[in-house]
Design a protein around this ligand. Sequence first.
Ligand SMILES: Nc1ncnc2c1ncn2[C@@H]1O[C@H](COP(=O)(O)OP(=O)(O)O)[C@@H](O)[C@H]1O
Ligand SMILES: NC(=O)OP(=O)(O)O
Length: 311
Amino acid sequence: MSKVMIALGGNALGNTPQEQLELVKETAVPIADLIEEGHAVVLAHGNGPQVGMINASFETSSGVDKKISEMPFPECSAMSQGYIGYHLQNALSFELKNRGINKSVVSVVTQVVVDEKDEAFENPSKPIGGFYTEEESKRLELEKGYKMIEDSGRGYRRVVPSPKPVDIVEKDVIKDIIKSGHLVIAVGGGGIPTIQRGNLLTGVPAVIDKDLASCKLGELTDCDTLFILTAVEKIAINFGKPTQKNLDKLTTEEARKYADEGHFAPGSMLPKVMAAIDFVESKEGRKAIITSLENAKKALLGETGTLISNI
Ligand SMILES: Nc1ncnc2c1ncn2[C@@H]1O[C@H](COP(=O)(O)OP(=O)(O)O)[C@@H](O)[C@H]1O
Ligand SMILES: NC(=O)OP(=O)(O)O
């Protein structure tokens, strides 16, 4: 049995709180399957759509009603961890109880240390919030000073800095929860990005990539498998072209070569592949699997998904 660090992608959560509350019931099933089979699981999730929505809502409301204040970005990250964690806890507890599995599910509001000199602060690249037309995007750039980019043919989105995770502040308590046999949800949305000066931790306006933060948490909690669950069953070269070829297995050297050749889109698949490479190379014997949520069980048995491994 393995110890699995799961990074849950956007399709596990949907785009609105109402959609999310329904979707997490399905999301809980493959996760409970893994637990039922005896695997130890640590769970992380994204927050791009959610943190963007929370921040934009406060900005808009505070412009209309002066009794509503603007919400600083790190607090928006904390709120996103809170409500996503609440939905996941609720759905997972239900699914586990129905199977007679006696485990509590708990979310840890997680702060992740970043380097204040990380060059990502000068180069916003992480898409958040909803999708806009080109016209709306130009207006948002002018009116709100947002930086907007076109996101993989899906429309325009706001981008914010995405520094690399350096350390996880709550790592010891997360390890204790795992040791106690309960299910922990941590580094939600990549964690709240935090600058550390001595004992003082200060949140900063940014969004850490959840796949990179999951890689860091998987290393710190000594997981043997990093499981990146997204919308595709396998990763591909020549993605979206007539020559697309899905990949079953690749070494970190092959993965790096394909990444250098530009096969993985920067705002979406590239960070997943980079997180997988980092995780596999962090300790001999570690492996990473990228697949879809519904294929999680089969992928862990080696029947589908893309396996990144040097064994
Ligand atoms: N080479 C590739 N192989 C497979 N999928 C790719 C590739 N390049 C880009 N993608 C896209 O990346 C998406 C996953 O990224 P994203 O939607 O940002 O992830 P998340 O599930 O974490 O929200 C896939 O659904 C697919 O559309
Ligand atoms: N924080 C983060 O990586 O979120 P998404 O996976 O939703 O982009």
